[in-house]
Design a protein around this ligand. Structure first.
Ligand SMILES: [Cu+2]
Length: 860
């Protein structure tokens, strides 16, 4: 029997739940409610900037940026910036933080001989045979696709003025396509299946024939499904009539996974963190506590974020021209070598570093730029850069290619003799990154824009806080770093503090003391050698937000997928300006087909021309292009393969409606084109334990989810339940999930039941329970609360209410996940799972109906 007092208590608790749900649902904190974190009262100290004689560095420590909504002041408190005019030295080099109007580290390549091609323009024919093959790049032999027996596909070389005649022989048992990335060509040859032509059917031949009207380093790849991930990428080089007479090597970068890419895609949608486990980047509570970042972790989950990540997929190998280790021994001391680098990876950015000295960047996306000398650069997915490196002595120098997540690397060795390795990039400081993300994101899941700070064109790499080579080690035990760390800690205020203070600080953004002389390329440094101003014409301005939802792996523009949006009509002769804000937690390499755009990077009339723009979180970038094509549909999309497939893109369509001879049925083609991001992915979790089986299986896509879950005890008194539901996720962050379904519940009453809430014959609302024999429809709404707790309110056809709180997959340790659930039907459960492999975990859980059990859980 329950006392009246406890009954009252329960009602109070319940009401409190409901009120808090309402409060969070409306996206606001309760008045006077604070984050559940202790406040810090330490005052922030300003530190004097050490101005060294030759190297001018700027400290961004304790840098605060006023948030636009709170203060309109654009001064940067606590930020001292000694402006210098030392021309040779890097001025204001704050890691990657470069401010406007600064001298650039110009390069002096010295005299380079040129060679003139006097062969008259001609038709260059290639025959490409696309075949299935088996490779062992990783640990196992796996299926791949080779062209003419090669991975990467053969390098296709032309000279400006030639005509390309490329015969594609599809010997696969599936459709394929080839897209010529960065090329200006008639739309019907652009190679986007179901958009610019119909896919190349199995065992047929397709001819691409178009004039070569430009020059530079480009590449080509399949635009069908996930074929690009398993070998369908290659270099596409268009020489000028007059080229530099130095050795030139096409360098195609890529990743390899032993996992079938379809499974990669499904796993991303299934929100498994198996890739993080493989990378060792789970960022669990145990790791957080061990490294003193407990509060950071709590804040992160409070803001409903999952672990910080810089890349989505775990890869088994990284490849340069199809090999992990490449040798080019033919070079001698003093040789200059031009590398024509294309990132043919499906989802990874790469750091490029060289042990033989500086890297001189001479072109980007096939367009020449004023040479610029750097220590390193990052190449976005599908970008190309031409760089020149020098062989200093008769040794073998390492050109090191490191994926952004720094899990592994690949090397190209230039020269022969003693090996001179490049410095490996140290592991990322994930908790520093997490802290930064916490500060960048508000409670509604929006990236806070820093006014008065130019967050654009990669000029300020927020990820710098994660780079130990610039911001020092994660947990320095040594005292030399004590001051440094002290400063970082001072910024360790809770978001609530900051909001209260009306300011926003970039916690831990210290980019000064260590190695600040590393010069990293950013878009602000790219300057075209000739004016790139657009021809006169009417200007169209379009704005996009890059949006996404990590948890459900939905990637969109303005919260709409490709299939949810219409084509954007443009007119020949007009100039189109795109202002793009990245309101997501990941960087996105946005690519426009068939046109180069100017990147408005502060270089005025000399803005560089590119076809890819990497946009970091919180950045607002502006690009513009002249609509010069006679017609056609031109794809504009994120080039991370799995982002594109989930719908991150748009189609620019010339409004003159010129029929495309390659698309006989445009309506059907358009429908097929949109099917990629509408795909449902299966996923599930099946527990087989000594007390019965608990599980859930579902099919989900961008918005819709159909699921069935069950609790099957071994005895009648343990109960049997099965619930099948269909629902739709709402809102940009998809925190809301209304659903309808059918619930079947049978349970034999247990007279000896030991329920902590007393008898479960009635629910907490005082309604008589129908769980003994429930066969009824249900309707409800679930909402994701801070700490990633799911609140679920539902009513069934018998008029019974149920309110439930639950949390899945709490990352206790790198491989241990915890879950719990409690509801007003007086049901509760808690469990632990130790992840053995991607699909199997050891698990144990206690359930108020089924008791304690242990066994295995299959995750799919
Ligand atoms: Cu993307």
């Amino acid at each position: 029997m329950l006392s009246i007092k406890t009954k009252k208590m329960k009602k109070i608790i319940l009401i409190a739940f409901l009120i808090s749900l309402y409060a969070f649902a409306s996206g606001q904190d309760m008045p006077g409610m604070k984050m559940p974190m202790p406040e810090k009262s330490k005052k922030i100290q300003k530190k004097k900037t050490p101005v060294k004689a030759a190297k001018k560095t700027v400290e961004m420590k304790n840098m605060k940026m006023p948030v636009s909504t709170i203060k309109k002041d654009s001064t940067m408190k606590g930020m001292d910036m000694p402006m210098t005019d030392t021309s040779k030295e890097k001025t204001m080099d704050m890691g990657n933080m470069k401010m406007d109007n600064m001298d650039m580290p110009k390069a002096n390549l010295g005299p380079i001989k040129t060679i003139t091609n006097n062969t008259p323009p001609r038709t260059v024919r290639y025959d490409l045979y696309i075949r299935d093959t088996t490779v062992t790049f990783g640990k196992k032999s796996k299926r791949a696709i080779a062209v003419n027996g090669q991975i990467p596909m053969p390098t296709l070389t032309f000279t400006e003025g030639d005509t390309a005649e490329i015969w594609v022989h599809n010997e696969l048992n599936e459709e394929t396509s080839l897209h010529w990335h960065g090329l200006f060509l008639p739309n019907q040859f652009d190679g986007v299946p179901n958009l610019t032509f119909m896919p190349i059917k199995p065992h047929t031949t397709h001819l691409y024939k178009y004039p070569i009207v430009q020059h530079g380093t480009h590449w080509y790849h399949s635009h069908s499904g996930l074929q690009e991930q398993i070998g369908m990428y290659g270099a596409f080089i268009m020489n000028k009539r007059k080229e530099w007479d130095i050795p030139t090597i096409p360098v195609v970068l890529s990743e390899w996974t032993d996992m079938n890419p379809k499974e990669v895609e499904r796993s991303l949608h299934a929100a498994t963190d198996w890739f993080a486990i493989q990378k060792g980047t789970t960022q669990s509570y145990v790791e957080a506590i061990k490294t003193g970042h407990f509060k950071t972790k709590v804040t992160n989950e409070w803001k409903r974020m999952n672990a910080m990540d810089v890349s989505d997929v775990y890869y088994d190998k990284f490849l340069i021209n199809g090999k992990n280790q490449n040798q080019e021994p033919r070079f001698k001391a003093g040789d200059k070598v031009r590398l024509r680098i294309a990132n043919g990876g499906a989802s990874d950015y790469f750091w490029l570093t060289y042990s033989g000295g500086k890297i001189t960047v001479v072109a980007s996306d096939g367009n020449d730029i004023e040479p610029v000398e750097v220590d390193r650069l990052i190449i976005a997915v599908s970008e190309t850069y031409d760089v020149v490196v020098t062989i200093p002595e008769n040794k073998s120098y390492e050109f090191l290619v490191t994926p952004e997540d720094r899990t592994k690397s690949a090397s190209l060795w230039l020269g022969s003799g003693q090996k001179v390795p490049a410095t490996k990039l140290p592991k990322l400081k994930y908790f520093a990154g997490m802290k930064m993300m916490n500060d960048m994101m508000d409670m509604k899941g929006n990236m806070i824009e820093m006014e008065g700070m130019s967050m654009r064109n990669q000029e300020m790499d927020m990820n710098t806080v994660m780079y130990p080579e610039i911001t020092g080690p994660e947990n320095p035990g040594d005292t030399t770093k004590a001051n440094n760390m002290q400063d970082m800690k001072m910024n360790d205020k809770t978001p609530a503090d900051k909001m209260n203070n009306g300011e926003h600080s970039m916690a831990g953004m210290d980019m000064s003391e260590n190695n600040s002389d590393i010069v990293t390329l950013n878009y602000g440094m790219l300057r075209a050698p000739k004016k790139t101003t657009l021809p006169d014409g009417p200007l169209r301005e379009l704005k996009f937000d890059l949006t996404g939802n990590m948890n459900r792996y939905v990637w969109t523009l303005d919260n709409k997928t490709i299939s949810e949006s219409d084509k954007i009509l443009i007119k020949k002769g007009e100039n189109v300006r795109l202002i793009i804000f990245n309101n997501s937690m990941m960087r996105h390499p946005m690519h426009l087909h068939g046109h180069d755009f100017r990147v408005l990077n502060g270089q005025g009339e000399y803005a560089p021309m590119k076809n890819i723009i990497d946009i970091m979180p919180m950045e607002r970038d502006t690009i513009e292009f002249a609509a010069t094509e006679p017609g056609g549909d031109w794809f504009f999309h994120c080039h991370i393969l799995y982002h594109m497939m989930s719908g991150m893109g748009r189609v620019f369509s010339y409004d003159n409606n010129l029929p495309n001879p390659e698309i006989p049925n445009p309506k059907l083609a358009w429908r097929k084109f949109k099917s990629d991001d509408r795909m449902f992915h299966p996923m599930g979790k099946i527990g087989l334990e000594s007390n019965g089986s608990d599980g859930e299986f579902m099919f989900a896509q961008t918005r819709w989810k159909a699921s069935t879950l069950w609790h099957l005890g071994l005895k009648d008194m343990h109960g049997y339940e099965s619930e099948t539901m269909v629902g739709r996720y709402l809102g940009r962050m998809q925190w809301w999930y209304p659903y309808v379904g059918f619930d079947y519940h049978y349970k034999k009453p247990n007279p000896n039941e030991k329920n902590i809430f007393g008898t479960d014959a009635t629910n907490m609302f005082g309604q008589k329970s129908n769980k003994e024999n429930r066969k009824t429809v249900v309707a409800g709404i679930a909402y994701t609360l801070p700490m990633l707790v799911i609140a679920d309110m539902r009513v069934d056809g018998d008029g019974k209410f149920r309110f439930q709180l639950s949390r899945e997959d709490i990352p206790v340790s790198p491989r241990i996940r915890m879950n719990w659930m409690v509801n007003t039907d007086k049901e509760y459960a808690a469990g632990l799972r130790y992840i053995l492999t991607k699909y199997f975990s050891l698990s144990s859980h206690y359930d108020s109906d089924m008791g304690l059990g242990a066994g295995i859980t299959i995750t799919y």
